[in-house]
Every structure is written in C-alpha cells, then in structure tokens.
Design a protein around this ligand. Sequence first.
Ligand code: URA
Length: 209
Amino acid sequence: MNKVFCTNHPLVEHKLGLLRDQGTKPFQFRMLIDEISTFLLFEATKDLNLKEIQIQTPVSNAKVKKLNEKIMICPILRAALGMLESVFRLIPDASVGFLGFARNEETLKADFYFEKIPQDAAKRVAIVIDPMFATGGTAIEACKFLKSKGVKKIKFISILVTPKGIENFRKVHKDIEIYVAAIDENLNEKGYIVPGLGDAGDRVFNTLG
Ligand code: URA
C-alpha cells in the first residue's frame, strides 16, 4: 500500500489558506507555492541515502555526511514549474526531467505530449511534482512512463489531492509515496478540485484573462 503523507504543519495550513484565496495575487501565489513545496520536499527526501566522507574543517578532520543518491525532479508541465525553484534551492545538483501533459477539456483526461528526461534517469531517484492531483490520471501516466524508462524509486509531491485520486493511483502504483499539503473533498463536473484553488497553471502564470 502506498503511503500518503499529509502535513498538518501550522505554517503550511496558514499558507494554504492564502493560496486558496481567489484574491491572492499571482506573485504571492507563486511565493506560497514555492514555500509549501519546500516543506513537502523536506518530508519527501527524509529517507535519502547518505555516505560518510572525510573533510577538513578549519580546526580538524571531520567525518561528514554527503548525499549518496542522484535526484531527478520531474515537473509536470506546466503548473509544476512554479514548484521547481524550491527544489533547486534545496537540491542544486538535481537533474530535471520534464513531462508535458495537457488537459483535454472534452474528456477531462491528460494527453501526454512531451518528455525530456536525463539519459541516466534509470539511476536516479525521481521526485515528480505537480501541484494538483485531481483524478490521479496524469500522475498515473507520468509514473508509468518513468517506470517504463527503468526508474526504480519514485516519490510524488502535490499541493492538493482528492480521495478519488489517491484511490485511482493506488490501484496502479502501490509502491509510490505521495506527499501533500491537503486532501480535499471532491472534484466538480469540470474536473476541478473542491474547494481547491482553481487552475494552478493559470494562477502561477497569470493567464486567467
Ligand atoms: N488542475 C488544476 O489546476 N486545478 C484543479 O482543481 C484540478 C486540476
């Protein structure tokens, strides 16, 4: 059974309230997405492998820890680009594997239209990022694609998820942990998460019109 880690950190709860508010301006929305992603990334990376190395401090020799895994961040275009900077801040050496999915407004399903992942993707821990995990359709396809390329260890970070999305995802990817800021109640007839925050991509890129 895959685990869903839902943070209840007071700062995240507070920031999530601001993020949901339709009066929040795009620049503030981007900042909040970035900050919440940082919290979730801390959790999602808590079991990364370390190795011990010797270094010299100004005072003496010291044994210190160094990351012993290569990371690949996979933002699902386009809304997840708003989360990418926070990952680079914490893991500057991460590679990026872009996955492009576009919502088909008729079927409400995600069409896979683009991918660009590093050549050594199979040797990396993949952290897939997408702020909205609605039906789970995009998440399922993204992780299927990564597995087809030989990626063994995958984690998923989202801001909002629905119970239906988790249920659908679990049927296909029992092995992948999901890290989220909140589990919302439902989806409406247009496929939007309720209460949600609207279209995350439009709010990040100010394309609401
Ligand atoms: N994608 C979004 O941007 N918002 C939703 O509510 C669902 C999917």
